[in-house]
Write a new protein. Structure first.
Length: 137
């Protein structure tokens, strides 16, 4: 599988289009399509890996599986749901309200997306830190 195909698959798993992912990362809309014929820059590839919570090796096709097991995915989604529900009470929303105005749908999605990326990154760091050396690859 090429890097483009892997990114396309990950975007589909996250219910996003390639253009949405590119916009979220402040890339040009057609950058991923250019990666069909050329190699991506390391910093761009790292941004995409962080966005999806996978390794750059996975994006390059060097490893067969993303970093997370299905249990890890469930844990991340459960924690994300708990965090979002925790934000829905009045005291939390009052903190997030911008000068008394309601948060629109786009801002709410950006907050959700940022929380998910943070959870994925922290899960990866915890795995690296707490995996015994004899089990590391």
């Amino acid at each position: 599988m090429t890097t483009f195909e892997i990114i396309k698959k990950l975007a589909k798993q996250h219910d996003k289009s390639l253009q949405q992912v590119a916009e979220d990362l402040n890339f040009s809309k057609n950058l991923f399509y250019r990666w069909k014929t050329s190699d991506p820059k390391a910093k761009d590839l790292a941004k995409v890996a962080d966005y999806f919570g996978v390794t750059t090796d996975y994006l390059l096709g060097r490893t067969e599986t993303p970093q997370f097991t299905s249990k890890d995915e469930r844990d991340i989604q459960k924690k994300l749901t708990e965090m979002i529900n925790g934000l829905s009470d009045d005291s939390s929303l009052a903190y997030l309200n911008n000068g008394g105005t309601e948060i629109d749908e786009e801002d709410a999605e950006l907050i959700r997306s940022a929380l998910e990326r943070t959870l994925r990154r922290s899960k990866l760091l915890a795995k690296e830190k707490f995996t015994p050396k004899k089990y590391r690859k």
